[in-house]
Design a protein around this ligand. Structure first.
Ligand SMILES: Nc1ncnc2c1ncn2[C@@H]1O[C@H](COP(=O)(O)OP(=O)(O)OP(=O)(O)O)[C@@H](O)[C@H]1O
Ligand SMILES: [Mg+2]
Length: 310
């Protein structure tokens, strides 16, 4: 407000200077001592006013710059604090997950031994089977957390080899056949022959396992599941199409996040942690690839997939 008033004053003073200077120039009769004095005073006044307005502007700008620098420093400090907290959290997840893995593997080993050697009655066999299955679930959660942490901290290096995706996916589909058959689901696999890509087989298997286990988990009993490897210019694509619950556009935006809580029911009481697709995305992007998911809508199934550069 104050600087606007100063601006107006300056404009008025400058107009005054122009009028007086012009009238002194146009009316030679006015070139008396009085006019010269008036002219000098008005010019001088205008210069002083100009100086005052400019120094005020400079002061205001300097103040704003100092405030900006101060805010910048505060922001940087907050960012550093956040980065430290995030590193601490990641470290903690890493330590806890790693330390849980060993005792869990021991529990699994002992229950496997008991199952093989001493558990003869049906009841104990069933309980040991449950201990094993739940431990396996826990182990895969821990592995997902450790992998996520490794990718996010940049410490997961991929050793890649050139392989046929059709061959790898074929083997993975086979390994899911028993599980699918238990739910009466038919796994239909179609490959192709121009499908060589550079991948890390272990990490790619993690991706395919997650997509296939989701399709089996969320599809109704006796529904078919279509798995295909397709080759396009520059890309090879793995697609898994199911007749499950599908998803809305709104849900689509959250599918690949950690713990998306979308309330989809598994169809045979399978466990659902909410980490699998986030790992799929991390691992795919680590290969320079991308994930996709399509659905015609709730109740109309979905197609999940990944694409890798050739
Ligand atoms: N084929 C599918 N059809 C419909 N919804 C799906 C499908 N696959 C995943 N989803 C939805 O996306 C969510 C995230 O999937 P994600 O694989 O990350 O987790 P999850 O299968 O629940 O648990 P897990 O960590 O064991 O994989 C699921 O909880 C489910 O709501
Ligand atoms: Mg999953």
């Amino acid at each position: 407000m104050k600087s606007r008033i100063a601006g107006y004053l300056l404009i008025i003073a400058l107009i005054g200077v122009v009028i007086i200077d012009l009238s002194a120039y146009l009316l030679p009769a006015n070139h008396s001592m009085v006019w010269i004095v008036i002219e000098t005073v008005v010019d001088f006044g205008a210069i002083v006013l100009l100086f005052l307005v400019l120094s005020r502007e400079i002061r205001a700008r300097r103040g704003a710059e100092e405030l900006l620098a101060e805010k910048n420093m505060e922001l940087r400090a907050a960012f550093e604090e956040l980065a430290q907290a995030s590193a601490l959290k990641s470290n903690l997840i890493g330590i806890v997950s790693h330390d849980l893995k060993n005792p869990l593997q021991a529990v699994m080993g002992y229950s496997q031994l008991l199952l093989l050697e001493s558990a003869t009655d049906e009841n104990s066999q069933e309980m040991l089977g449950s201990i094993l299955a739940r431990s396996q679930d826990m182990l895969s959660i821990i592995s997902d957390l450790l992998d996520t942490e490794a990718v996010e901290s940049g410490s997961l290096a991929l050793v890649k080899e050139r392989v046929s995706l059709t061959k790898i996916v074929g083997q993975i589909v086979e390994s899911f056949e028993v599980e699918a058959r238990k739910k009466g689901q038919n796994l239909v696999f179609v490959g192709c022959d121009t499908d060589f890509v550079e991948i890390n087989i272990l990490r790619f298997s993690q991706i395919a396992n997650n997509l296939l286990s989701n399709a089996i988990k969320y599809s109704p009993l006796n529904a078919p599941i279509f798995v295909s490897v397709k080759s396009q210019t520059g890309w090879v694509r793995l697609e898994v199409k199911d007749a499950g619950p599908g998803f809305t556009e709104d849900e689509k935006a959250r599918l690949f996040q950690k713990f998306p809580r979308l309330n989809k029911k598994t169809t045979a009481n399978e466990s659902s942690t909410g980490l699998g697709l986030s790992v799929v995305k991390l691992m795919t992007e680590l290969h320079g690839g991308k994930v996709f998911a399509e659905s015609p809508g709730i109740g109309y199934g979905s197609t999940f997939g990944v694409e890798f550069p050739k």
